[in-house]
Ligand binder design. Structure first.
Ligand SMILES: Cc1cc2nc3c(=O)[nH]c(=O)nc-3n(C[C@H](O)[C@H](O)[C@H](O)COP(=O)(O)OP(=O)(O)OC[C@H]3O[C@@H](n4cnc5c(N)ncnc54)[C@H](O)[C@@H]3O)c2cc1C
Ligand code: FES
Ligand code: FES
Length: 493
């Protein structure tokens, strides 16, 4: 049992004891007088609370901007944490701060610390060196930060000045240190709560067998909302973040294995060439801060009907691997979602990995997300399709949707309507079957009629888009998203 949480804050070692494990990093920072980091929404939507973390065991992953409002304090144990207050050297501003001043990127200043921290991450992204002014990755870098008064053009100018410049700052010092040994396990108790982060799967499932009421946590971008919105204090949290077997993507020929605790930004980078269909959806998933913390396993186990990974993984015929002390089992993802926010994961089980095969190169495939705004918004409807025609006849069809039923679904009747026929000639039959199967609900993101119509139009659009080119990977500036309106959604996820 480790009684204290230890990490480095702006270069100095820190030890925290006696705090409940659901204390958020933001709350702790501000309660200890570090009020430079701001709170806007407390829900991961505004970026005012952005800080940067470096994992000394994985300096090759670079610094990561994260929303401190959704990070639980034990999740930063053993990490290097950087805040806006540690950037300036005496009277000399950090280049990210100076760029904001020079580009006139701040007015009231409330959002500024968060933007500056996103710029600090960008400073250390070698891939952004010499990014063209209209490079979509600059928008992506900032899409998790909101500003209500300055306007984004000057802030984007500031970003363009510093992106990829690798300044010689404290972040660079932490990145250049030799990789530390793995973090090991963590068992922290404070204020009546316990946070256990084993580094071996066997230990995690043994703990779950003993305490099936423990709440599993991965990146906490969903679970954190229970804490900040619903004021939950979980007595026992089991983190899967330190288990190597759950982290990363492995390729063997056409087969891919994605560890459940793989962060979405790691997955996004790895799938650019390995699996462009998934990469395309991840471009429009949350923000960079959310993707640095959110994981594949968390997205599937959260089982939201509008979760964005499920439709793509359903279209790819993914299988999930579950583990408990009773053994391991695999099941098709199509059998994983049992009902609204219900999954086949037993109380003593963990999701370990997702397994899938790349579709044949000549298969027609597409992934689409419709949301009220293009960046950092959740779907009204999302869809992913993989259709393989051999000699002009459909031999394999997977049509998957989110937002049209209580769970993410495959449109099995529509798939059947296509088999043996032609995607183009039999589209009407597939659309009729789709319309009969989907059961969308009315809510503030869209009426049932709107969603039903969208589902049909996405399938029509897919057929048109892939009529001559089987698949167009995401090109810079290309949109895989259809903006459905202009009002940001404040509804729950
Ligand atoms: C601002 C914001 C924007 C977002 N945008 C999107 C978006 O565009 N699209 C989208 O789909 N989602 C979005 N989300 C939701 C969320 O980020 C994702 O669902 C993310 O993938 C969750 O992963 P996590 O690791 O943070 O999950 P956590 O919050 O850690 O866990 C989520 C649930 O899964 C369970 N769980 C986690 N891992 C395991 C495991 N290995 N085995 C068993 N159970 C497990 C937990 O107990 C919990 O119930 C957004 C969230 C926020 C706050
Ligand atoms: S306070 Fe808004 S994202 Fe954290
Ligand atoms: S400067 Fe006021 S919110 Fe951005």
């Amino acid at each position: 049992m480790r009684p204290a949480l230890r990490f480095h804050l702006d270069g100095a070692p820190v030890e925290v004891t006696d705090l409940h494990p659901t204390t958020t990093l933001l709350r702790w920072l501000r309660a200890t007088g570090r009020t430079g980091t701001k709170e806007g929404c407390g829900e991961g939507d505004c970026g005012a609370c952005t800080v940067v973390v470096v994992d000394p065991a994985h300096p090759e992953r670079g610094p990561r901007a994260v929303n401190s409002c959704l990070v639980l304090l034990p999740q930063v144990a053993d990490l290097q944490l950087f805040t806006v207050e540690g950037l300036a050297q005496g009277a000399t501003l950090h280049p990210a701060q100076q760029a904001m001043v020079d580009a006139l990127g701040s007015q009231c200043g409330y959002c500024t610390p968060g933007f500056v921290m996103s710029l600090v991450e960008a400073c250390h992204r070698p891939d952004l060196r010499q990014a063209a002014p209209d490079d979509w990755r600059l928008d992506d870098q900032l899409c998790g930060n909101l500003c209500r008064c300055t306007g984004y053009r000057p802030i984007r100018d500031a970003l363009a000045r510093v992106a990829g410049t690798s300044p010689d700052d404290a972040v660079a010092t932490s990145l250049s240190a030799p990789p530390a040994s793995p973090r090991g396990s963590l068992d922290y108790q404070g204020d009546g709560g316990r946070f256990v982060a084993p580094d071996r799967l066997e230990d995690a499932i043994a703990l779950l067998a003993e305490h099936p009421d423990a709440r599993v946590v991965s990146g906490a971008t969903d679970l954190g909302l229970d804490v900040t919105r619903r004021h939950r204090r979980f007595p026992l949290l089991l983190s899967v973040a330190r288990i190597d077997e759950l982290d990363g993507l492995d390729e063997a020929g056409d087969a891919l294995r994605i560890g459940a605790a793989t962060s979405l930004s790691t997955l996004e980078a790895a799938t650019a060439t390995a699996l462009p269909l998934l990469h395309r959806m991840l471009r429009y998933f949350g923000s960079r801060q959310i993707k640095h913390r959110g994981t594949v396993g968390g997205n599937l186990c959260n089982a939201s009907p509008i979760g964005d990974l499920a439709p793509v993984l359903l279209a790819l015929d993914a299988r999930v691997e579950l583990a408990s002390v009773r053994g391991r089992r695999r099941l098709p993802l199509s059998e994983f979602f049992l009902g609204y926010r219900q999954t086949a994961v037993a109380p003593d089980e963990l999701l370990v990995a997702v397994h899938l095969r790349r579709p044949p190169p000549d298969a027609r495939r597409g992934a689409y997300k419709v949301s009220r705004r293009r960046e950092l918004d959740i779907s009204a409807v999302s869809a992913a399709f993989v259709v393989h025609e051999i000699d002009g006849a459909v031999a394999h069809a997977r049509l998957a949707f989110g937002g049209v039923a209580a769970t993410p679904v495959r449109a099995i009747d529509a798939e059947q309507a296509l088999l043996g026929g032609s995607l183009d000639a039999d589209l009407d039959a597939a659309l009729a079957a789709l319309s009969a199967q989907v059961r969308p609900i009315d809510d503030d993101r869209g009426s049932a009629w709107f969603r039903r119509t969208l589902a049909a139009n996405l399938l029509r659009g897919f057929v048109a888009e892939t009529a001559s080119v089987p698949f167009a990977p995401l090109a810079p500036g290309h949109s895989a998203t259809v903006a459905a309106g202009s009002q940001p959604s404040g509804a729950s996820r």
